[in-house]
Ligand binder design. Structure first.
Ligand code: DGL
Length: 285
């Protein structure tokens, strides 16, 4: 009996490979990372899943979030042909990054290590803070990632339940969210940090409110840019794939939501920009 030769039909990840870069989040938050990826690698095709039908992730058990993350990653790789998956959600990365890397069959990038690197690079005093969902902060993932950098810093972490819901309903500057921020950020203010990592990809949309509470001297850091640089490094695509001819076809930008696709398009296009023009329904939505 002849031995079957198994040939992977896909080209290797890297320059000239036009399979999409995939990102997913519980909802709109990962669009902060998508913005950075599109800006740094404008010629790459992208596909984004916002699991708005099941958000928020931050208050769910991590095992349940891990199941969602595996389901979405399988869909992105097996059905949508992703060449690399960005877990653009701290809670999902805290719940499942290692297992996703083992199972996905393509490179998987999280937001926690890039965020921790940006945080320790930005501090001057060594007193740093991180805020995130209950799931992320409770997992200890940031405490571990910051310790792994070896930087001599003192980290204060605080969970901010409720922030994600304000972003998802497009209420980022109301009096109510300001009052909530004053209460939830109090331990970070008391710790006298000079740098604060927004350890939930939704929080950059609340940056103005968070900055009003923290004061202008505190530097706010997000993981979006550093994550995009890590993706570029992994793809070895300094400047994007060489395959796209000047003036040729525009990159394909797909967006899927498991919730209300009209709301995803309306708010998503305001948050991300004109690239988010149409939204498809995710198959489990
Ligand atoms: N953007 C997600 C994160 O970074 C929010 C999680 C949620 O849905 O609560 O953790």
């Amino acid at each position: 009996m002849p031995t079957a030769l198994v040939v992977d039909p896909r080209p290797p990840a890297g320059a000239g490979d036009d399979r999409p870069i995939a990102l997913f989040d519980s909802g709109f938050g990962g669009l902060t990372v998508a913005r950075a990826v599109i800006d740094l690698l404008p010629e790459e095709n992208t596909v984004y899943v916002g699991d708005t039908g099941r958000y928020p992730y931050g208050s769910r058990p991590l095992e349940e979030v891990a199941d969602f993350a595996h389901q979405i990653t399988r869909h992105l790789v097996d059905d949508l042909g992703a060449k690399l998956v960005i877990v653009a959600c701290n809670t999902a990365a805290a719940a499942a990054l290692g297992a996703l890397r083992a199972a996905a069959g393509v490179p998987v990038v999280g937001v926690i290590e890039p965020g921790a690197r940006s945080l320790v690079a930005a501090t001057r005093s060594g007193r740093i803070g991180v805020i995130g969902t209950v799931g992320t902060v409770g997992s200890g993932a940031y405490q571990k990632a910051v310790a792994a950098t070896g930087a001599p810093v003192e980290l204060t972490a605080a969970a901010c339940p409720g922030f994600v819901e304000f972003v998802e309903r497009d209420e980022t500057r109301s009096e109510q969210v300001h009052v909530l921020a004053e209460r939830l950020l109090a331990p970070i203010v008391t710790a006298d940090v000079d740098t604060l990592l927004l350890g939930c990809t939704h929080y950059p949309y609340l940056a103005r409110t968070i900055s009003d509470v923290m004061g202008r001297d505190v530097v706010l850091v997000s993981s979006a840019d550093e994550t995009a640089f890590e993706v570029r490094h992994l793809l070895g695509a300094e400047g994007g794939p060489a395959a796209r001819a000047p003036g040729g076809e525009a990159p394909v930008r797909r967006f899927l939501s498991s919730g209300d696709v009209d709301w995803f398009r309306d708010l998503g296009s305001r948050l991300l920009g004109p690239e988010l023009a149409t939204v498809e329904r995710a198959p489990w939505g």
